[in-house]
Write a protein that binds this ligand. Structure first.
Ligand code: ADP
Ligand code: ZN
Length: 742
């Protein structure tokens, strides 16, 4: 007899088997009600199994709550893969597949009483009514003139219920319970004007053709993922839009993933504008949805009413039926990696999902991740390129300013503003053009750099910056554990000033206000943007040219398009270079290219000024020459030599505890276990304090593992974990394909 293995809703991840009553069509992914102790609970069927002979009968499940499984077969398959690959429980994945908001019954569809006109009343009745029952007459008139001849009872005014009842008894109207969609866009944030497709240029045409060719393949054929490498402003979005339109025409659905909804308002707006004529088919999943809205959007998608879904990472699980096309915009962004269980990478899950669903997937970026680019070089992905800006403007001119020479020229309070940048800003302000100043916050002040020659203390074995640990005043490599004493003089130029660097956006704003007293200056960073809609309002003000200089952090690097911005200044290009992360160089290259891409997007030529203490660093030089291929070639060689991804899979084990010794001891024990019959294919690092040793009141230690095979790696780690009892107060986290090493 078959039984259903059911994951009970709630925090404790309980799984029990229940007998399936004869007549119930229960399959994996269904929602059910089951008896648990003496209560009835809701749950999700993980799979249908053969009931084991336990010597007693299984309790039968009570009911099937939805006629169809809420989790489709393909999504369940993807879920199993995620659990396996990232080494987490299937329960945690099911929670991601079927978010709380979607399953709680309190959120279920909202109904409202609606009055519907029954046919058209004849003249005679109408005259009668207007004489004897003017209220009823008015209601009929209102209904006659409303779309679909119906209106919510509540909108007919207080006291209408009686009149409606009389009308119903005469058979003139009927009252129904209508499901209403809680429309997240209902308060009409901005009016979206429809727009029409543009005529593609040759490169866009070639790219679109290739994508359509993949979409049009017979369902069962293999569809290699497509990597669309297009320089900033090359019109990738237009290609997405036209590919999406064609997919909808074929009766299939489209999923668009963006790094973060709130930081990509212009991309979202362009999709909404292009598909304004089928507005109700567009669903935008963002984190500000109420539980009710989320419920309604999810079910609209599941039922195939929303045919194009735009969302961030978790939207990769949107239950679209007949998926034809997945677009992952800015595929290189690290926001696609989730930093809580399940620690999946949204782009990688998207690639998997596309193959399960027989859908085409397009990964787009001006700076593809080296993982994706290597896949293209290996011919696993199809590479398409847009090399020119779509509007025929040239890419901005990038100048590099060597800050090592600036110290002598500038006054003490504005050391971050080079003379060259100051003069350029003055010029732009005089010409009524706009300026974006970018401040890199990553890796804030933890590496040592010499201000006069730019020397940075690096690990001789791993070529990453050493991290300064204040507690014991030493430098440490977070990959191999190499230690060094802190030099009192710069080893390179013997300058005395080697120091920790860093300043914040607030400071920049204060100084700029002094230097440019008449300019209108605003700042975008996580602090300033806490208030709801603050970001949107500020971007609108900038668009309307009510702001001259916009200062921002990583938040302004993505996808913004402001034609009047002719100068982008990058205040501290170095900072991100010197973090203990093998992707540091790649991130700086991406960031510089993306930020530079905000300049010169209109009629006026753009200029970018990059301030740095290490002007010859390859990331900066390749970005300056808009040379992605050159960068990739040299960076990939480094990765290959040092056995870093994409040539290995890299995972991090972190132990956390409020007791420092306990966290350290646990990881050391685990390390010993891992060393016992270590497969040859695994490179095992040493347990080390995390670059940020203390965070949220907990001490953290970590060790890195690398291997050609993720599976071998995960298996080995889990065997070691199973053999190592954890003390109370210690948590151990396993992060496959880790992206964050702090
Ligand atoms: P990307 O997404 O590659 O950064 P966008 O799609 O934002 O580039 O395009 C940059 C600008 O070029 C936009 O203003 C867009 O409207 C315009 N554009 C795109 N394709 C074309 C085209 N074929 N003809 C004219 N303008 C275009
Ligand atoms: Zn090292």
């Amino acid at each position: 007899m078959p039984a259903a293995r059911v994951l009970i809703d709630g925090p404790s991840e309980l799984v029990f088997d229940y007998a399936i009553p004869d007549d119930l069509p229960v399959v994996a992914g269904c929602r059910v009600r089951v008896p648990l102790r003496n209560r009835s609970s809701a749950g999700t069927v993980l799979k249908v199994v053969k009931a084991e002979d336990l010597g007693f009968a299984l309790r039968p499940l009570d009911a099937l709550t939805d006629p169809e499984p809420l989790i489709t077969e393909n999504l369940l398959k993807a879920g199993r893969w995620i659990a396996d690959y990232y080494g987490c429980s299937i329960e945690s994945v099911v929670r991601a597949l079927l978010p709380e908001a979607v399953r709680t019954e309190e959120n279920s569809a909202k109904k409202r009483k609606t009055v519907v006109l029954e046919g058209t009343p004849d003249e005679e009745t109408l005259t009668q009514l207007s004489k004897r029952a003017p209220k009823q007459s008015t209601i009929i008139a209102l209904l006659t003139h409303s779309p679909d001849h119906k209106l919510p009872l509540a909108e007919l005014g207080s006291g209408a219920a009686g009149s409606v009842k009389s009308l119903a008894s005469k058979g003139l109207v009927k009252i129904i319970d209508e499901e209403v969609r809680r429309d997240p866009e209902a308060d009409g944030i901005d009016e979206i004007l429809p727009d029409a497709p543009l005529t593609l240029n040759d490169e866009q045409e070639v790219a679109l053709d290739a994508i359509l060719k993949s979409i049009n393949k017979p369902h069962e054929s293999a569809r290699p993922p497509i990597l669309l490498h297009g320089v900033t402003g090359s019109g990738k979005t237009e290609v997405y839009l036209q590919a999406a339109a064609k997919t909808l025409e074929l009766g299939k659905t489209v999923l668009v993933l963006v790094p973060e909804i709130s930081l990509t308002p212009q991309t979202v707006r362009r999709f909404r504008a292009r598909f304004a004529h089928v507005q109700e088919q567009v669903a935008v999943l963002h984190s500000n949805l109420s539980q009710g809205e989320r419920f309604d959007e999810w079910h609209r998608i599941r039922k195939g009413k929303a045919r194009i879904v735009i969302g961030a990472r978790s939207a990769v699980f949107a239950p679209l039926p007949e998926l034809g096309l997945i677009i992952v915009d800015e595929e290189h962004e690290n926001t696609y990696k989730q930093d809580q269980v399940p620690r999946y990478h949204g782009r990688d899950v998207a690639v998997l999902r596309a193959s399960l669903e027989g859908a085409t997937i397009v990964l787009g970026s001006a700076t593809p991740s080296l993982e994706s680019f290597q896949n293209a070089l290996d011919k696993k992905y199809e590479l398409l390129r847009l090399t020119k800006r779509a509007d025929a403007h040239s890419l901005p001119l990038i100048r590099v300013v060597d800050m090592r020479n600036e110290g002598r020229k500038t006054k003490a309070n504005d050391t971050f503003l080079s003379e060259r940048l100051r003069i350029s800003i003055e010029r732009k302000l005089a010409g009524d053009e706009q300026v974006i100043l970018f401040l890199n916050r990553r890796g804030f002040a933890r590496s040592l750099q010499c201000p006069s020659c730019g020397y940075v203390c690096e690990c001789p074995h791993c070529a990453v910056a050493l991290t300064y640990h204040r507690s014991d005043d030493r430098l440490l490599c977070h990959i191999c554990g190499h230690q060094a004493i802190v030099p009192r003089k710069c080893p390179e130029c013997r300058d005395n000033g080697i120091f920790l660097q860093g300043f914040g956006t607030q400071k920049v704003e204060d100084v700029l206000k002094k230097v440019f007293p008449t300019a209108r200056i605003a700042r975008i960073d996580a602090d300033a943007m806490r208030k709801k809609n603050a970001l949107r309002d500020l971007l609108n003000a900038f668009q309307a040219r009510k702001i001259d200089i916009l200062i921002g952090t990583q938040m302004i690097a993505k996808g913004l398009h402001f034609p009047n911005v002719t100068l982008v200044g990058i205040l501290n290009a170095d900072i991100g270079l010197h973090v203990p992360d093998f992707r540091a160089g790649e991130r700086v290259f991406q960031l510089l290219t993306q930020v530079a891409g905000r300049a010169g997007r209109g009629e006026l030529e753009g200029e970018v000024i990059v301030q740095t203490f290490t002007p010859h660093s390859p990331s900066i030089q390749f970005a300056r020459h808009h040379d992605f291929d050159g960068f990739a070639e040299q960076e990939l060689e480094m990765r290959r030599n040092f056995h870093f991804p994409p040539f290995t899979r890299c995972a991090v084990l972190t132990s956390r505890s409020t007791h420092e010794r306990l966290a350290e001891f646990t990881l050391e024990t685990l390390h010993r276990r891992l060393k016992e019959d270590l497969p040859k294919t695994i490179l095992l690092g040493d347990p080390l304090p995390s670059p940020l040793v203390r965070s949220h009141g907990q001490f953290r230690f970590q060790l890195m593992l690398r291997s050609g095979s993720a599976r071998t790696l995960a298996r080995h780690v889990h065997e070691a974990l199973a053999k190592t009892p954890l003390p109370d107060d210690v948590t151990v986290v396993f992060d496959m394909d880790a992206w964050n090493f702090t």
